[in-house]
Each structure stands twice: as structure tokens, then as C-alpha cells.
Design a protein around this ligand. Structure first.
Ligand code: NAP
Length: 445
């Protein structure tokens, strides 16, 4: 950190030298943003940010933004260990080498800013411990919800609040696909192809459509909202690949939208306290604000004991929105460095994670069956055998087959899973469609 000449006009200005690891979508946008906003940043924060070194994998690549020659290197560890670097920004992604680089930066007494959801959802507790021991900051606003200031809202603004539930749409790709299926009546495959064409989905969309990306974000959200150790392995996950246009149509007729929801819930007190964390498609009433979040947008709906309900909405991904969130963290860390202080490190507790089997919900179950006598009786027997009571049923005839859509009364997940297994074993059942839990229903949650 270079303090300015006390006799100069800018005597309050301190130069903070930043080492950037990764200059791709987010890193490149950060370099552009810091260059473009340099004067405004200094004016507002009293800090002059200088990205003095940038590590990339391939030095020969053409880059729109990497600044003056000499800043680039392919030796990321040399940036971390450079004594002239005050703060490290990790925008490489994945577990390694990002984890080793962050650990080394903290050991060297450098605060770290990262957007790496995968790493934080897997090794967040360990990295927080390391930062606390080093007396340095580890900030990661951009890891969830892109530009939406969710991490700060939960960890700072709502620090005194007892948050009971956070529900969110945290993956823009799946929200785009489901919104298009609803609004343009396209099939899942058509909506996915469109999302890839428009840049809302990767050419390999597995991480998004199978819910891995949302599960990592849910683990981070739950850790912050409940001050607890929650890792991605604790999160129950179901993606959207089984959602059919018939499910979307049925939900619409009943006044619901289908969304891939991230849910983090706290129940009980003291020794009885437990946390449930899950990602799955859900039918949510059109009256709920989350049902109106369409396209690639993200939103997070927070329920607190005293604050009541609040919702944050915005662009959940993209180079520029994410770089804006990284820059906010960077300025916080730089100002803390200038004041020779750090943020308070959260105390992460071990809390029982409630398995999905203990969930009680209302469910929507779609079956494709052979259109012949006795099918309904056989299906009803399976529901009855497992104690799952049917609230309503709709039947649509196809040619030789029929589609049956059931809504259950409140039921236990383990009983519903046993029912699905029993239904799959029936000769008359051709296909068991996607299981969709119903949220915000008077008979449900
Ligand atoms: N993209 C988004 O919308 C978004 C939103 C929120 C959070 N994030 C998170 O932000 C992080 C970065 O994402 P991104 O989309 O910017 O990724 P990206 O475009 O793939 O960029 C990754 C960068 O890391 C560099 N890199 C890879 N391995 C390296 C190594 N061993 N040493 C040094 N540099 C290395 C790459 O170098 P080359 O350029 O030479 O290949 C590239 O510049 C990820 O954790 C991601 O999850 C992304």
C-alpha cells in the first residue's frame, strides 16, 4: 500500500495495488471498469485502485482488456507472493489452482476477493478460518446473484435479524428456459437451444440444468443467512431436465409458475435447531413475487422474524454485473486496509442438516399411463399404500396413452419417494414425469 505525499493535494488518497488472477469474462470486465471509473472510485472512496499485475493461463490470447504490456503473467503464484501486491482478486474459478492461490495469499497477509461459488460452497469454512487466523478479509459478493448485493445484505444489513427462510431464483439459465417454455410455449429442448444461441447458457449446460450451480449458491446463502457450516454436499438437488411443457401448462391452468427454486430454511431453537437446504423445480403461486421473475434475472426472497419479507432482484450473472460486485468488495477491502482493520469474521456453527426425507410438502406428480381399464385403481392403491393422499387429479387422453397429473395433500418426502418407486413398478405406467413441489400453497408450505 502506497500512501500519498502528505503535502500533495490528494493527501487522503492511498494507492492500493491489486493482483488479479484471471482475466476472462469477469476479470476482463473488472479491468475495464477500474480503468473507466478510476477518478470516480478515488473521489468516492479515498482509495486509488491500481491493478498492477494480472495472471492468465494463455499469454498469447487476444484480449480486449489487459492494460499496459508487462502487467500480464502466466505465473499466478508469483502475483500472490509479490511483496508489492496488497490485495488479491481470484477470478479463475474451479477448485484448483484457485484454492492454493487463495490460501497462499491469506498466509501472506493479503485480503482476497473471489467470485468462485464452487470453491466457497465446498471449502468456504476452511478458507474463512484461514482468513480469520491471518486477520484478513475474504469477500465474495459476486459468487451468488451477480450484481445483486445479497451477501452484504445478509451478512451486514440483516446481521441482527433471525432469518427463517431464504428462497431464490439463483440461476439465470434455468429461469430463462422455464420462462420461455411458459411464455412462448416452446419445448424444453427448443428453449435450451435458444438460451445457448443467446449466450444465456453454456454449450454444455449440465451445471445449470442439473442444478449444480444453484446448489453451490444455496450452500453459500445458507452459510451466511444462518451463520452455519453448510457445504454443497448438504444441498438436496434436482434439476429441470424432467420438466415437460405439459407440467408448465398444468401449473399455469392452476395459477402457478414453475421455477427452479433455491431454498434455505431454519427450524427450531438451540439443540433442536436444524437447517434444510434444497434446489428443485417448484410450483409457486402467481401471487408470489418470485413467480414474476422471468428471463435470465435472479431474485432472492428473504423472510425474517422482525424484518418481515423482502426481495432483492437483478442481473445474476454476466461479466459486467459480476465485475461491479467484485469492485464493491475490492473497495471495502481496500478501505479496511487503509484503516488497518478488517471486517468481523462470522462465527460459523455446526447445525444439523435436515435430510430431504423429512420434508413435508404438497407435490405435483405427472404420470403417463396406458389408457385401459383398472389403471386408476392400481395407481390409487400405490398412493394409499404409502399414506399419500390425493387432493386433485386431472386426466388428459393422448392416443393409446393418457397423462394423469396429481396434486397431493401435505405429505412426507420419504412417503412420496416410495410412492414414485411403486408407480414405476406398475405395468400400466409408461413414464413417471418430474416431481414438482408446491410452494406457498395453503395445504403445502
Ligand atoms: N461469468 C459470469 O457471469 C460469472 C458470474 C458470477 C461469478 N462468476 C465466477 O467468476 C469466476 C470467473 O468466471 P469467468 O466467467 O470470468 O471465467 P473465464 O471467462 O473462464 O475466465 C477465467 C480466467 O482465468 C484464467 N485462468 C485459468 N486458469 C488459470 C491459471 N492456472 N493461472 C492463471 N489464470 C488462469 C483464464 O486465462 P485465459 O484467459 O488465458 O484462458 C481466464 O482469464 C468463476 O469463479 C465464476 O464462477 C462468473
Amino acid at each position: 500500500m502506497v500512501r500519498a505525499d502528505p503535502d500533495s493535494r490528494d493527501d487522503q488518497l492511498t494507492t492500493v495495488r491489486v493482483g488479479l488472477l484471471g482475466c476472462g469474462n469477469v476479470g476482463g470486465a473488472l479491468v475495464e471498469l477500474v480503468d473507466k471509473e478510476a477518478d470516480a472510485i478515488s473521489e468516492r472512496s479515498g482509495v486509488h485502485l491500481a491493478i498492477t499485475r494480472i495472471a492468465v493461463r494463455d499469454l498469447t490470447k487476444d484480449r480486449a482488456s489487459s492494460g499496459p504490456p508487462g502487467r500480464l503473467t502466466d505465473d499466478a503464484m508469483s502475483v500472490v507472493e509479490d511483496p508489492d501486491i496488497d490485495l488479491v482478486v481470484e477470478l479463475i474459478g474451479g477448485i484448483e489452482p484457485a484454492q492454493s492461490l487463495i490460501e497462499q495469499a491469506l498466509r501472506q497477509g493479503k485480503s482476497v476477493i473471489s467470485a468462485n461459488k464452487e470453491l466457497l460452497a465446498t471449502h468456504g469454512a476452511h478458507l474463512h478460518d484461514l482468513a480469520a487466523k491471518a486477520g484478513r478479509d475474504l469477500l465474495y459478493e459476486a459468487s451468488v446473484g451477480g450484481a445483486i448485493p445479497l451477501v452484504r445484505a445478509l451478512s451486514v444489513s440483516l446481521a441482527g435479524e433471525r432469518v427463517s427462510r431464504v428462497m431464490g431464483i439463483v440461476n439465470g439459465t434455468t429461469n430463462y428456459i422455464l420462462s420461455r417454455m411458459q411464455s412462448a410455449h416452446t419445448t424444453y429442448e427448443e428453449a435450451l437451444a435458444e438460451a445457448i444461441r443467446l449466450g444465456f447458457a453454456e454449450s454444455d449446460p449440465t451445471a445449470d440444468v442439473e442444478g449444480h450451480d444453484a446448489a453451490a449458491k444455496t450452500a453459500i446463502i445458507a452459510s451466511i443467512a444462518f451463520n452455519a457450516d453448510v457445504s454443497v454436499d448438504d444441498v438436496y438437488r434436482q434439476g429441470i431436465t424432467d420438466i415437460d411443457i405439459a407440467d408448465i401448462d398444468f401449473a399455469q391452468r392452476r395459477g402457478y409458475a414453475i421455477k427452479l427454486l433455491a431454498l434455505a430454511e431454519r427450524d427450531g431453537e438451540g439443540e433442536d435447531e436444524s437447517i434444510a437446504v434444497r434446489v428443485h423445480p417448484a410450483m409457486i403461486s402467481n401471487d408470489h413475487p418470485l413467480a414474476l421473475v422471468n428471463g435470465p434475472f435472479n431474485a432472492i426472497f428473504v423472510e425474517g422474524e422482525h424484518a418481515g419479507e423482502l426481495m432483492l432482484y437483478g442481473r445474476g450473472a454476466g461479466g459486467q454485473p459480476s465485475a461491479s460486485a467484485v469492485l464493491g468488495d475490492l473497495l471495502d477491502a481496500a478501505r479496511a486496509l487503509k484503516r488497518e482493520t478488517t471486517f468481523l469474521h462470522p462465527v460459523r456453527r455446526r447445525v444439523r442438516i435436515r435430510p430431504i426425507d423429512e420434508l413435508e410438502s404438497t407435490y405435483c406428480i405427472t404420470l403417463e399411463v396406458l389408457d385401459r381399464p383398472g389403471v386408476m385403481a392400481a395407481v390409487a392403491e400405490v398412493f394409499g399404500r404409502h399414506g399419500v393422499s390425493i387432493r386433485s387429479m386431472e386426466q388428459v387422453g393422448l392416443t393409446s396413452e393418457a397423462r394423469m397429473i396429481f396434486i397431493t395433500h401435505l405429505a412426507l418426502e420419504s412417503d412420496v419417494q416410495a410412492t414414485l418407486q411403486g408407480l414405476k413398478e406398475l405395468d400400466s405406467v409408461v413414464r413417471v414425469g418430474g416431481l414438482v413441489r408446491v410452494i406457498g400453497d395453503e395445504d403445502g408450505e
